[in-house]
Design a protein around this ligand. Structure first.
Ligand code: PHB
Length: 250
């Protein structure tokens, strides 16, 4: 693809434009996009116009731009994330009905836990995750499960830091984390009290497909709630999801 005078390719520029959108910043003017993507104004206008024409971006009456529905449609087409979410959803609903707390599904994506789905409950406590949002691997219960079963090379890279303290009780000591991860592999569950927020405990179990851990299923419990019922419900759901994934392969 043709390069711009500054040497970056058109693809790189388009990716930079799309990456200026975040959960907190879903609407922007073209000038803001250009500034954040470090593009000259004329390039920003041209790229945004072309992406709007293709439906990947949409523009409202105030000329503010947001990510287009077409992007969502294309991203989900044949996606492994969608297959996983569809296999998991009925079993997540069972966990959520039983435990009456947030139930979520996460996968490993570029050294973070990316949340594919989250079911909430009217009585549920605090929870900072959101669908299509991310949490650090070392801090969240889902992240600990994914990290525990990740290739050694990724684990070494993450443990080499920096390990950010999301809350006061986040484990940021690499040696302690290593012990925690082998305990997660041994016990088949991660329990992370106060690691993301002082008021809650994350509880997560692995989900395997063709022998590999492909996701983590978790609940966020109020800190005072014992985790035993949640662990049992999560384990049963994980088994059912694994069977659904196996049936889907045939
Ligand atoms: C967790 O997965 O450990 C977790 C996630 C969100 C929270 C609390 C804990 O709000």
């Amino acid at each position: 693809m043709a390069n711009s005078p500054s040497g970056d390719s058109m693809t790189e520029r388009i990716v930079r434009v799309l990456e200026t959108f975040t959960a907190e910043r879903s609407m922007q003017t073209t000038a803001e996009i250009g500034r954040r993507a470090e593009l000259p104004s004329s390039s920003a206008h041209r790229i945004v116009d072309e992406l709007v024409a293709a439906g990947l971006l949409e523009r409202d009456e105030d000329r503010r731009v947001h990510l287009g529905l077409r992007l969502w449609e294309l991203a989900l087409r044949g996606s492994t994330a969608l297959r996983l979410r569809q296999a998991a959803l009925p079993h997540m609903e069972r966990v959520q009905a039983l435990i009456r707390q947030h139930t979520q599904l996460a996968v490993l994506e570029q050294d973070e836990a990316l949340f594919l789905e989250r079911l909430s409950h009217p009585d549920a406590g605090a929870n900072i995750t959101r669908i299509a949002g991310r949490l650090p691997l070392h801090a969240s219960s889902s992240g600990l499960v994914l990290l525990a079963h990740s290739p050694a090379e990724l684990r070494d890279r993450v443990l080499a830091g920096p390990l950010r303290a999301v809350a006061r009780e986040t484990v940021t000591d690499a040696a302690r984390l290593r012990r925690l991860l082998s305990e997660v592999r041994r016990s088949g569950v991660a329990v992370a009290p106060g690691s993301i927020e002082a008021v809650s405990t994350g509880v997560a179990v692995p989900i395997r497909d063709a022998g590999e851990v492909v996701a983590a299923l978790s609940v966020v419990l109020p800190r005072e709630m014992p985790p035993d019922a949640a662990i049992a419900a999560l384990r049963e759901a994980a088994r059912a999801i694994e069977l659904a994934l196996r049936a889907d392969r045939r």
